[in-house]
Each structure stands twice: as C-alpha cells, then as structure tokens.
Design a protein. Structure first.
Length: 330
C-alpha cells in the first residue's frame, strides 16, 4: 500500500511516522527546514515517553512520487484550493483522497440524498476548484482527534488522542475505507469506519465553530472560554444556531450541547488552533469552521445572528493581523 501524506506538519508528521514505523510505504510532502531535517536525520516522534525515529520518503515535489493508493491531506482546509493541481501527479485511477482537516469538507453534499445533493460550498471550495480538480468520487472523510505539535523541524510531539474516524460520503463500508482503517490500526491508531461520518464531523465542528473564534478574539484558553459566563453564553447561542442548521440537514448530534461544552472545558488551558495561528501570524481556519456554517444557514433558511456577529469580528481581527486566508470569505 502506497500512502502519501500531503502537508506533513504536526498531524501529518504524527500519522506518517506511525505508518512508516509499522512498515507502510509512506511519502511525506513537506517544505522548508522541516523537510530538510527529515531528509537528513529522519522524522522524530515523541510519543508516550518514547522517541521513534523513522525515515519515510520526503519531498516537496509530488511529480517525483507517482500515483498513490491513498493521499491523506492534512493541510488546513483553506490551503487545499490553491494547491489542488499539485495533487494531480499523485492520483491514479483508483487513488482515494482522505480529507483530514477540521470543519465542513468540500465534498460535503456529494451523494447526500436530498434537495442539496452534489451542491458545492463556495466558502470551502471557491469556484468549485477542488471538486473539479480532484473529483468527489475520490473523497474519504476523516475526523482527526489527536493533538500534536511540531516541537522543532523534523520533530513531532504527540500530546493526546489517537483516533482518526473514517467514512465514505455515501455511508458504505467500502473496501478502500476498510483497507485504510486496517493500515491505521496496524500503526497503533484507532480508525473506525463510520456509516454517518457527517454526524461526527458536525460534533467536532460544533465546538470549533465557537470556541476557536472566541478564543482568537479574547486570547483566552479553551477552559476559560467554555466556563466564563459571558463567553460561554455566546458559545451556547452559536451552538444552538448550528444545531438547528445541522438538524435541517439530517444530522444527528450524538451528544448534548451541555456535554459538548463540558468536554471542551475539561481539556483545560489549551490554546485553540485559531488562537495559535493568530499568535504565530498564520492564516486562520475561519471559512471551514465558521463561514461555511453561515453559508449552510442561508441554504436551509436558518438565521444565524450570533454566528454572523462573531464571524464579522474574527474576520476583522484576522485582517488586522494579516492572518486571513485567501478564500471566498476574504
């Protein structure tokens, strides 16, 4: 099995290191000092008090790799549209593209029975670029739960979590999903194949939608945002709006709103990914986490006044910091 990890940062590096250590043929697409160190010294993964050193193939040029069985894209969602063409050398007739990014994926309505089947979302796929370039028939959904950080070039530190939930857009337990699940499990990961992957996508998004932008606006850690009466009240309103939208789309959220807030608070003094990006001057995941929910609200006729307000504020904050990604929402 040939697996390419496109965007081998913290999560991609963690995944690639474990797959390589388990004996899979893995190629990591990376760049800069991180790529240079991995080429020269291998990829170091700090995991449960141990350090694994692996030597997967590493490159910044997909043309040197050839067609793969799986391309696992671990870039942030807003980064995919501008580089979609660069994935083409990795694609053979049967190559699956696994979307291991936060938020609503570009293929969301593919083979989703109902009035919006095959509708394209401009907030996460401007001008349908990804849909047209990669093809939704290649997509396998993936909800990422591990928390990792790149502690130095060529070095990944695992903090928590080991689950990568997988699912086909049409809900089938396909042979390709089951084979990838088996490979991930062999690498020591949990990789259930879900019949309703969209439900799980929404449960994770439900918290990211509000906790991420509020933390970026206030620079408060997750436990504070989730427990402070003021910010918790705003989060609760945003989540209520999102829940109504999700239910209009046929989604069943497996936890209650109270449970989702409590789960976030229990994580502790964690800086959300959006806050980390803001502080480091990187583009923030605004469109895939927030703008897309606004777009879906318009689609199903659900007003989103709280989401609209926080979205306007976090966009302005990102622009002032030079951290707004180049997507439809900008």
């Amino acid at each position: 099995m040939n697996i390419c990890i496109y965007g081998a940062g913290a999560i991609g590096g963690y995944l690639g290191a474990l797959l390589a250590y388990s004996g899979q043929e893995v190629t990591l697409i990376a760049r800069g000092p991180h790529l240079a160190v991995m080429r020269e010294q291998g990829l170091r993964l700090h995991l449960s008090g141990e350090t694994l050193v692996t030597h997967p193939r590493c490159t910044d040029d997909p043309h040197t790799v050839g067609p793969q069985d799986y391309v696992i894209v671990t870039l942030k969602a807003h980064s995919l549209s501008p580089i979609a063409d660069q994935l083409l050398p990795l694609l053979g007739p049967e190559t699956a593209v696994v979307t291991a990014s936060n938020g609503i994926p570009w293929w969301y309505f593919y083979k989703l029975e109902g009035p919006f089947e095959n509708k394209r979302l401009t907030s996460v796929d401007p001008e349908g670029r990804v849909w047209e370039t990669l093809g939704p028939e290649r997509a396998i959904g993936c909800v990422v739960y591990p928390a990792c950080e790149m502690s130095a070039p060529g070095e990944i530190t695992h903090q928590s979590g080991e689950r990568f939930s997988l699912g086909e857009p049409d809900g089938t337990r396909s042979s390709r999903s089951l084979a990838l699940s088996a490979a991930l499990q062999k690498a020591g990961l949990k990789a259930p194949v879900r019949a309703q992957i969209r439900n799980e996508i929404w449960v994770k998004l439900w918290g990211n939608l509000c906790f991420n932008p509020i933390s970026a606006l206030t620079q408060a850690t997750l436990d504070v945002v989730a427990t402070d009466p003021g910010t918790q009240a705003i989060a609760r309103q945003m989540m209520t709006e999102a829940q109504t939208i999700a239910e209009h789309l046929g989604v069943t959220l497996g936890v209650s709103l109270e449970q989702r807030i409590a789960g976030a608070a229990a994580v502790g003094p964690h800086r959300t990914s959006m806050l980390q990006d803001l502080l480091q001057g990187r583009p923030m995941e605004i469109d895939a986490l927030v703008t897309v929910v606004q777009e879906l609200g318009v689609l199903v006729g659900v007003p989103t006044p709280y989401i609209d307000t926080i979205l306007a504020l976090v966009r302005q904050r990102a622009r002032l910091a030079g951290c707004y990604p180049t997507t439809a929402g900008s």
